[in-house]
Write a protein that binds this ligand. Sequence first.
Ligand code: SAH
Ligand code: SF4
Ligand code: F3S
Length: 457
Amino acid sequence: MLTHILFCELWGNWDSDKLHRMKRVFIETYGCQMNVYDTELIKSILGAAHYDVVTSEHQADVVMLNTCSVRENANRKVHLRIQELRRNRPQHSIAIGVLGCMATNFKTALLEDPQLGIDFIAGPDSYKQLPQLIENAWQGGSDRFDVTLSEFETYSDIEPTRDSAVNAWVAIMRGCNNFCTFCVVPYTRGRERSRTIESVSDEVKRLVDQGFKQVTLLGQNVNSYRSDAHDFTDLMDAVSQIDGLERVRFTSPHPKDFPNRLLSLMAERETICKQIHLPLQAGNSRVLSKMNRTYTKEEFLSLVERIRSLIPKVALSTDIIVGFPTETHDEFLDTLDVVQQVQFDSAYIFKYSERPNTVAARRFPDDVSEADKTARIVQLNECQRNISLSKNKACIGSNERVLIEALSTKKSELDCQGRTDSNRIVILPLQADVTLGQMRQVRIVDATPNVLKGEWV
Ligand code: SAH
Ligand code: SF4
Ligand code: F3S
């Protein structure tokens, strides 16, 4: 007994049997696709350091949450989850780590919160330190956090461990320099930096060799991509010509930066999907200026016109925030007006959520009432739902090329699921000859606001 106590104290109180085998790590991912990609990088980093990445928290010695801080409810979700983990597994039976954007947003305050009992934290540019941080936490050491942001880290030298087999996410840049006044991302992910064209192209070639049919180029701000003298259009030109690649997508671009060269390339290059996620955020020019979005309502509308004149069949999706500080009802109606004029194929609509450190949090009181935010989001969602439904219904009767991405759906084992070039989900009856990654011709026979139904042709 005495030796056991001494042993445990020596090793920072961890269960002695766990010291003698490979540590088992479980990672849970929250937030955007960049976090999904980062989790894939982390799996490779930990695998190389001889950690065993497991698929359930119940098998794990170390549980890591790769977190998001973009809105308050993203934070809240993680707090509740950590409390749940701690209830189920007392301190010293597992180590809990917080990674990602909450780590850089709240820094050591997270470690100091006694309600959470977090053992280590690592920000988005510190994942190469994770094996050391875990070890330090495991041994009860004090060096248990790294939230420094780098001007250079792109993880180009690490091949992500991907779970999917059809679409691969490929980060082409990290960070953001735009400082939209509502947004925490520039603070949590630091300054923009890009990988080279060669590094991205080589990764995509390896993905094609592994059987991936589609890549989605990722960045907070993809059209700010710069590497040597090359811009995002050059990168798209190179990637979209890679032999064997069926489809290239990208997300997210900023409306400030859409040269005709890029749009023309998208129009003529078959492998580039005719789909753009074009975040509007607000439809009123005064609010847009207060958000530091750098375009007016009119400029956004003329960009949409220019995009549609060069890529006639393009599908457009967007992000919108309602209830930004000082937004009046009339100004909200401008957002509604843009939504009605543009007729986006789909939209993600959020209530403004004040984020620590941002310009808006420091300078603009969160003065739109919760009731008004709710009324605006309900009205906008209702409007978009009708638009999405009528756009999807217009697809009925058409033939589409669909990339098969799942052999079941959330609702049924008898159906499979694919995507059109325009990024619409199509549900199809599962047949024996259907395989993941197939490109199939289908006829659209029915539609809801969110999905199409198809039959094989
Ligand atoms: N880099 C991407 C998106 C980043 S975050 C871009 O610029 O498009 C994804 C979306 O979350 C944003 O487009 C915005 O609509 C929303 N968002 C960001 N900060 C928010 C906040 N403080 N409150 C509510 N929504 C927010
Ligand atoms: Fe945030 Fe704006 Fe950067 Fe997007 S462009 S990540 S919304 S600061
Ligand atoms: Fe969230 Fe960070 Fe992505 S705040 S949206 S996980 S960049």
